[in-house]
Write a protein that binds this ligand. Structure first.
Ligand SMILES: [Zn+2]
Length: 334
């Protein structure tokens, strides 16, 4: 081989490499421009009078009411910029999957279950690609944690899933005797849904469904509500958008502390504070919401509530930082 043909080949390889690098840089530049263009905060109405007039509802939480949470799993992680529009692309976040147990003299309620005993079987419904995308670290299912503390027989009156996505209802089968209480619409859309959002193996065998209907007066700007115990301590709220029948929950403890569980309207508190949706980039790759405009309306609504009531503790379903501030089983807060 002559030295001139070696030179030509080297120069060709170099040019090809430079072109690829140039193309990559251009792609990064275009994507960055698109992300900056789209990942802006959501509009807040300039007229705040409706929100300024809002009052927290009355509640008489009884003695004996307390709550705790169970960390069942945690996502492998993603840059914050993907999880919430306007978040840092250099800050890793690790969304959590947890359940909330409310002990009440009139019957105990589990809000979400996180992942359950049969998580591996459920997750196998996903394609290989989705299994990589939604990879998680498994901790301990609610059922096992209760058993470990000698509370396997704790009576559970209801399970209320915030919605029926896989990371919220993995433990339904671990409590086969407990009625599952959801809006009918949520159940119907889940039955027609597909992986990775809905995994039929998680809910096909549920024996007792109850229809959740919002027949009680407006609360916190929501047109309807459902006061679970009739004392205002636990109020379920319609939060459709992320799914067709997503449910939020306002909890008032005997101490007076209030919590608003906002499900997957946003994955982090920053989403409600900013207010901002999940990143535009992620929303191009995955269809995350039943109705994106309706979910964005819900984000702005929650933003207004959080702004109006700074002492109210707002708890998105996956924010690992907020989760650190909650009581963790076997500790209860009352
Ligand atoms: Zn979720």
């Amino acid at each position: 081989m002559s030295s001139s043909s070696t030179f030509q080949r080297t120069s060709f390889v170099r040019r090809a490499l430079l072109s690829m690098l140039g193309l990559l840089a251009l792609t990064v530049l275009v994507m960055t421009a698109l992300v900056i263009r789209h990942d802006h905060p959501l509009d807040i109405p300039s007229d705040q009078s409706r929100w300024d007039a809002l009052a927290l509802p009355d509640a008489q939480p009884p003695a004996g009411l307390s709550f705790t949470t169970f960390l069942t799993a945690q996502s492998a992680g993603a840059p914050e910029g993907l999880i919430v529009a306007g978040g840092s692309w250099f800050t890793p976040r690790r969304p959590v999957q947890f359940a909330v147990l409310i002990r009440h003299p009139k019957g105990n309620l589990l809000f979400d279950t996180g992942l359950g005993l049969r998580h591996a079987e459920h997750f196998a419904e996903n394609t290989w690609w989705h299994q990589q995308l939604f990879a998680y670290t498994m901790y301990t299912p609610v059922k096992t944690q209760l058993t470990q503390q000698g509370m396997a027989d704790l009576p559970l009156r209801w399970i209320v899933p915030s919605h029926m996505h896989w990371d919220h209802i993995g433990g339904l089968q671990d409590f086969p005797a407990t009625p599952v209480w959801t809006p009918l619409r949520e159940r119907q859309t889940a039955a027609q849904g597909r992986p990775p959002a809905f995994l039929a193996t998680q809910f096909q065998g549920v024996q007792h469904w109850l229809n959740l209907e919002f027949t009680h007066p407006p609360v916190l700007g929501f047109d309807q509500s459902h006061d679970v115990y009739g004392d205002g301590s636990v109020t379920l709220l319609p939060l459709p958008g992320h799914t067709a029948g997503q449910v939020g929950m306002l909890l008032t403890l005997p101490s007076g502390q209030r919590y608003l569980f906002t499900a997957d309207t946003t994955w982090t508190l920053e989403g409600i504070q900013r207010p901002a949706d999940r990143s535009w980039l992620l929303r191009q790759v995955l269809r995350l919401d039943h109705s994106e405009p309706q979910n964005q309306q819900a984000i702005v609504h929650l933003h207004q509530i959080a702004r109006r009531f700074p002492a109210l503790k707002v708890v998105p379903a996956h924010d690992e930082r907020v989760y650190e501030t909650l009581p963790r089983f076997p500790q209860f807060a009352d």
